[in-house]
Design a protein around this ligand. Structure first.
Ligand SMILES: O=C(O)C(=O)[C@H](O)CO
Ligand SMILES: [Mg+2]
Length: 288
């Protein structure tokens, strides 16, 4: 049965950050994900997660930067990952090591490594692809070296993002993602399938989900409606049907709710009720 994670960069925006964790636990989520943990001390975050019985299931490697201060301002400055950006080797390496530090401190085994956005004229360069693959391979090796006995292996994930929402974003199709993962062939790399982006770019999210499951590379799923990126209870992305499909395929991993609620987060959770813990109060315990 898939487990639902609240994406706190999208859900509970009506609350301050600390209160989002409490609300997610109360609403029956066992896990949370969010874009950037780097605004907070890892020890403080770990304590918050523990206090609310929540698992950190995913966060992003820095969108840009090269120092902690630069990492913290990178998203607002327009950075969208560095993995394929020319001239960003230092920022990429710094970001991966920082993300691995946070993953270890938070007991989190999935990190989304964004590929970067390019001006249109660069978007199909073969040398960019080679650079992207090399950096992903290097990062996977760094993740492998951080393995500690008893902890789940840290896996770095790549996700195709639609270019309407993120113009020039390098990785935008499932084909690109799967081909890269197969070519590198590293156990510390995997696929993050965001059904919203997938439907926006390629259509037929259900077929792409089957393809992702069949690849053996699927490590995380995210979901939102098309159109609107709100609750997937109407429109082309049928949330309950897709969760049932994951269940039927034996997927026991996490599905991040990465959408902007139409009104309050809690009022929009009805569609997800069968997959949330009745009565809430957080996860029973840590799971990989
Ligand atoms: O936009 C998304 O879908 C993501 O998952 C990124 O991590 C953040 O933009
Ligand atoms: Mg996503």
């Amino acid at each position: 049965m898939p487990r639902l994670a609240a994406n706190l960069s999208f859900l509970y925006q009506e609350l301050p950050f600390e209160a989002r964790l409490a609300a997610a636990a109360q609403d029956g989520f066992g896990g949370v994900e969010f874009l950037s943990p780097y605004e907070w001390e890892p020890g403080w975050l770990a304590e918050q997660l523990r206090a609310h019985g929540l698992q950190q299931v995913l966060f992003n490697a820095p969108a840009g930067g090269g120092t902690l201060a630069a990492v913290r301002s990178a998203w607002a400055e327009g950075w969208r990952g560095t993995a394929s950006l020319p001239g960003a080797q230092r920022q990429f390496e710094y970001g991966i090591e920082l993300a691995l530090d946070y993953a270890q401190a938070l007991g989190c085994s999935r990190i989304h490594v964004m590929s970067g956005a390019h001006p249109a004229q660069l978007a199909h360069g073969g040398s960019l692809r080679q650079q992207w693959l090399r950096r992903l391979g290097w990062a996977a090796e760094r993740a492998a070296r951080r393995h500690s006995p008893g902890a789940a292996p840290i896996v770095l994930l790549i996700e195709a993002i639609n270019q309407q929402d993120m113009p020039g974003y390098w990785l935008h199709t499932q084909q690109q993602a799967l081909a890269a993962l197969q070519e590198i062939g590293h156990p510390h790399l995997g696929l993050q399938l965001d059904l919203y982006h997938c439907q926006m770019t390629e259509g037929d999210a259900q077929a792409q989900l089957l393809r992702g499951l069949g690849s053996g590379l699927l490590r995380h799923v995210q979901i939102a409606a098309v159109p609107g990126r709100c609750e997937p209870d109407a429109g082309a992305v049928d949330g309950p049907a897709l969760l049932r499909q994951l269940d039927a395929a034996g997927y026991g991993g996490w599905v991040g709710l990465e959408y902007r609620p139409r009104s309050s987060t809690r009022a929009g959770l009805g569609w997800a009720a069968p997959w949330l813990r009745p009565g809430g109060s957080g996860a029973a315990g840590p799971q990989p």
